[in-house]
Design a protein around this ligand. Structure first.
Ligand code: DC
Length: 228
């Protein structure tokens, strides 16, 4: 693994669709760079989880946005704590997959969470992963990466992910759910998943995680040596 650190703390934006391995890659990048890792998808999931817990209907956008502005979220040693409850596992269920996609379609909720994400990322020294980091949250991010992989490979990775219910689920079921979420994420009116014009596309199909991480670190280094 490379040990050259960028000369200043940067914002590294990692976007891409579900099941592409953003979490694993972003965590490894943050570790290699000595940066914070912020998983913005987990923030949408946290809002969905809390709304369900409180019995808040998911069609009440104003109330859900209010909730999004009030909940306390903190990342501690890869655990996500929401209002004092460790929800690390609870937010990775098929129900919350679905509810989070619903919440993520709401412009008011997005506005609240985008503000919170900007506040978290602004000091720099951060790897922020999501769907709209390079397009909306930090259009001026120092380096923008868009990770992609074939739908088959994404379904395989997601099915094998123990945080997503483990191996019991049929691959075809996972693939169908992923395709539905792709459709939802790419066609929603508010900040649909798109590739920023200045993002660098990294196709991870058939590429081991360590190699993806190494490629991204190489991009970070070359970008910064050009800019500095
Ligand atoms: O990455 P994920 O599967 O944990 O994201 C959960 C949901 O939130 C998913 O439907 C995409 C959405 N999302 C978003 O709209 N914008 C982000 N920056 C991150 C996630």
């Amino acid at each position: 693994m490379a040990n050259t650190q960028p000369s200043r703390p940067i914002i590294l934006a990692i976007d891409g669709p579900s099941g592409v391995g953003k979490g694993t890659v972003s965590r490894a990048l943050a570790e290699a760079l000595g940066y914070r890792h912020i998983d913005t998808g987990a923030m949408y999931r946290a809002v969905a989880w809390k709304a369900r817990e409180q019995g808040l209907p998911l069609d009440g956008e104003v109330a859900v946005a209010d909730l999004a502005s009030r909940i306390e979220m903190s990342m501690e040693h890869a655990a996500l704590i929401v209002d004092g409850v460790d929800v690390t596992r609870a937010i990775r269920t098929p129900e919350i997959d679905h509810a989070a996609a619903t919440v993520a379609r709401m412009p008011r909720v997005r506005a609240v969470l985008v503000q919170r994400q900007r506040a978290l990322g602004r000091p720099g020294g951060v790897v922020m992963e999501g769907r709209d980091i390079g397009t909306v949250v930090f259009p001026d991010a120092d380096v923008k990466i868009y990770l992609d992989a074939s739908p088959e490979e994404r379904a395989r990775r997601r099915a094998a992910d123990p945080t997503h219910g483990g191996s019991a689920k049929a691959l075809v079921e996972v693939a169908t759910a992923l395709a539905a979420r792709d459709q939802s994420d790419q066609t929603r009116a508010a900040s649909p998943l798109t590739i920023a014009p200045d993002a660098i596309l990294v196709d991870t199909t058939g590429v081991p995680v360590e190699e993806v991480v190494e490629r991204v670190l190489e991009i970070v280094r070359s970008r910064l040596s050009i800019d500095d």
